[in-house]
Design a protein around this ligand. Structure first.
Ligand code: 3HC
Ligand code: NAI
Length: 693
């Protein structure tokens, strides 16, 4: 049973019970419809209450059943709602905590709605690339009015129940017993006839066409490649322009269209990918976590400051440690300045700013950080410096403290070996700017204890990050893949493309920034330093020398005012530079390459398939637990377009045999040895399978 049936006096209570959020899957719908029929057949029952068990009234349709036969099987959500609405005995929705999507649509089909204050009410379907498909677009405007309903449907954002008095017949006191009070309400209205039905109401909005046209224009301008927001406007428009049943038919048709779109599939993939990323097969959900009530950060530079802000924002006191007072002062001043900028934008109050800065203290002495629950090291990326820091931390930190490193390329196992407690060492790889970027790669060392990993995952939630677990390898998931992408970008320059064309093609595909604008932002000298190391350690790997030549010109990127492009003070716009382009063309000539015109399609395929191929290796080696984790890394850390669902999901939509065929083609071209098709890609392609299945 996924809905329970009980009788309280003259009132039947149907409790949706499908943890975690009472998604209305087939079994729940069946049990609930049976419950209504049972109540109708029982003469002693005068009214029906529908509520939800546990931590939700209902989170809506069961998204896990989408694209399975169960989604459309009878009783459908429509049938369930129509059964409630058509009941000859009054049906009361008793709402608490979460009432979203199909859950709200069900309640709109009920004759009455009562709620606890503080319940989150939403039609969030648009966030999954959908529109409310079970009457929400037709019934909500009839209850709230056209404008507020349209805003809720197009934004998908939750509104607290007490802010929606028009939606509810009664909002109970905060300390009320929901079930008892709802049953009393049902008894009170049991004999009232006719039964009120939302479908019988009309949407009154004088001059609605002007408002709808304004909404279309605004939404079109804001929704980019996503079709759902505009479809939401069109279906809500039908609540004014069409009869109820016609509007319902129109809504159904548009919903069924949207559910098949790649954009919606990508958004639903990302929804589940984000949640599954926090699950590690051999670390059960009930693994105890270590309390994190205080933190120490070593190094107050670019990353240390941003990392500190994450802890401060979460209300966790931070002690910053540096070698020099000036470095500390500079780091703290930067943190304050960042907060002040947020204050100026009206996104932070002075009180909150003071609170956060009040949680920050600093020191030059390791003696003062020993009691911190976690210490995050963010010093220079040199193994010798890391060694000195970790040996010291091993001496001073209390037993059980977590020792985390923010290294972006170094071996976490080696860092752990500098301590006598490798089980407490873990990588927490934040992305720059660390106070903004959502991604946190959590690097699990060979010896990292399970409770340390579980604590890091829980901490990522507390810091409002998307935590993704990576094994130890050079570059972890994200940077290891981006290296192959950057190599292709370099080879494309040698063959005939210029930075601007490559960036534009990548940005048209949907990347927030093309590879060269990204290089200019991050600093081209960082990649240069890494390549210099690689030339010695892994001479077999080839790179285009153009990026080295650029650095030799002193063009490190935005920080030097010049990189692949020129920059003007106070302006982030990138202006192509003739000298850089001449350097690129000359380099092709030096290599004896006749430059050719390269299509945007080739550019995008080579950049993206380079990610996919390396992603497949990473998956096969077990560095990433699942393809969707790789997608999360790219969606939250590298500006990969959300509507394409991440590189691995995108490859699935292209078809793995097509991806493989393209890789084989490029393997016959310039620097073709960079393309060694990953065995996993070959295997899945030959079996007709996907990365995410
Ligand atoms: N169906 C199935 N599972 C759902 C679900 C749903 N509608 N909503 C959430 N879940 C699952 C999550 O996958 C997660 O599962 P897990 O524990 O196995 O990982 C679990 O519920 C908890 O989710 P969160 O981690 O997000 O928990 P929170 O407490 O932070 O948030 C929530 C709860 C506010 C309900 C949030 O999960 C949410 O926003 N869910 C999406 C709601 C939604 O989009 N509903 C519309 C569905 S589409 C629809 O109804 C179509 C209709 O119009 C026809
Ligand atoms: P940074 O140079 O801006 O800051 C390093 C800080 O550490 C400096 O303030 C320095 O004074 C301090 N420091 C050096 N040695 C120290 C010691 N022994 N004890 C205490 N403090 C010491 O460097 P950044 O960019 O913040 O990088 C830090 C770490 O984060 C590196 O491991 C880097 O690879 C990694 N990282 C950097 C990213 C970036 O985009 N900058 C992104 C992700 C990770």
């Amino acid at each position: 049973m996924t809905a329970e049936y009980q009788v309280h006096g003259a009132v039947a209570v149907i409790t949706l019970n499908n943890p975690p959020v009472n998604g209305m899957g087939l079994a729940t719908r069946t049990a609930a419809v049976n419950g209504i029929q049972r109540a109708l057949a029982d003469d002693a029952v005068k009214a029906i209450v529908i509520t939800g068990a546990g931590k939700a009234f209902s989170g809506g349709a069961d998204i896990k059943e989408f694209n399975t036969p169960k989604a459309l099987a009878e009783p459908s959500l429509h049938t369930f709602i129509a059964t409630a609405e058509g009941s000859t005995k009054p049906v009361v929705a008793a709402i608490h905590t979460v009432c979203m999507g199909g859950g709200l649509e069900l309640s709109l089909g009920c004759h009455y709605r009562v709620a606890m204050p503080g319940a989150q009410i939403a039609l969030p379907e648009v966030k999954l690339g959908l529109l409310p498909g079970a009457g929400g677009t037709q019934r909500l405007p009839r209850v709230l009015g056209l404008e507020p309903a349209l805003n809720m449907i197009v934004s998908g954002n939750p509104v607290l129940s007490e802010k929606l008095p028009a939606l509810f017949d009664e909002i109970f006191a905060a300390d009320a017993d929901l079930l008892q009070t709802a049953v009393a309400f049902a008894e009170k209205i049991a004999d009232v006839r006719p039964l009120p039905k939302v479908r019988d109401r009309k949407v009154d909005y004088p001059n609605h066409e002007a408002f709808l046209q304004f909404s279309r224009n605004t939404v079109k301008a804001m929704s980019g490649p996503f079709p759902a927001p505009l479809e939401c406007v069109e279906t809500v428009a039908a609540s004014v322009t069409m009869k109820f049943d016609d509007g319902m038919k129109f809504e159904r048709e548009r919903f069924l269209h949207l559910i098949q779109t790649t954009e919606s599939k990508a958004l639903r993939h990302a929804f589940f990918a984000e949640r599954v990323a926090s699950k590690v097969p051999d670390v059960p959900a009930d693994t105890p976590v270590r309390p994190i009530k205080s933190a120490a950060i070593i190094g107050a530079g670019t990353m240390g400051g941003g990392i500190a802000m994450n802890f401060l924002n979460a209300g966790i006191p931070v002690k910053l440690l540096e070698t020099r007072q000036e470095a500390l002062d500079k780091g703290i001043a930067t943190i304050r300045k960042n907060y002040e900028n947020t204050l100026k934008k009206g996104k932070l109050t002075q009180e909150k700013l003071d609170q956060r800065m009040g949680l920050l203290s600093s020191t030059l002495s390791y003696d003062e950080i020993g009691q911190a629950d976690i210490v995050v090291e963010a010093v220079f990326e040199e193994i010798g410096v890391k060694e000195a820091v970790f040996r010291k931390l091993d001496e001073v930190m209390k037993p059980g403290a977590i020792l985390a490193t923010n290294t972006s390329t170094l071996d976490v196992d080696k860092i752990a070996s500098f301590t006598r407690r490798p089980q407490d060492v873990i990588g927490t790889h934040f992305f720059s700017p660390a106070n903004v970027m959502k991604l946190l790669e959590i690097v699990r060392g060979k010896a990292t204890a399970k409770d340390v990993l579980a604590t890091a995952l829980a901490l990522s939630k507390k810091l409002k990050k998307t935590g993704v677990v990576s094994g130890v390898c050079d570059g972890f998931i994200g940077n290891r893949m981006i290296e192959q992408y950057s190599r292709q970008a370099g080879f494309l320059l040698e063959e005939g493309a210029l930075p601007e064309q490559i960036d534009k093609a990548a940005e048209k595909f949907g990347f927030a920034m093309g590879p060269f604008r990204m290089g200019d932002l991050a600093g081209n000298d960082i990649g240069w330093a890494i390549r210099k190391r690689r030339y010695v350690e892994k001479p077999e790997i080839s790179y285009s020398k153009t990026a080295d030549l650029l650095c030799e010109m002193g063009r490190y990127g935005q920080k030097t005012g010049a990189g692949w492009y020129d920059y003007k003070a106070g302006d982030r716009k990138a202006y192509p530079n003739d000298d850089v382009n001449a350097m690129i063309v000359k380099h092709s000539a030096d290599l004896g390459i006749t430059r050719r015109k390269i299509s945007d399609q080739e550019i995008v395929e080579r950049l993206v398939y380079a990610l996919v191929n390396e992603g497949a290796l990473i998956l096969e080696e077990g560095i990433a637990l699942r393809a969707s984790d790789i997608d999360m890394v790219y969606l939250t850390g590298y500006g990969f377009p959300l509507y394409r669902g991440g590189p691995m999901f995108y490859a699935d939509t292209v078809g793995l045999p097509n991806v493989l065929a393209a890789i084989n083609k490029y393997a016959r071209g310039h620097e073709g040895k960079a393309w060694q098709p990953a065995p996993l890609l070959q295997k899945l392609a030959s079996e007709g399978k996907n990365f995410n299945s």
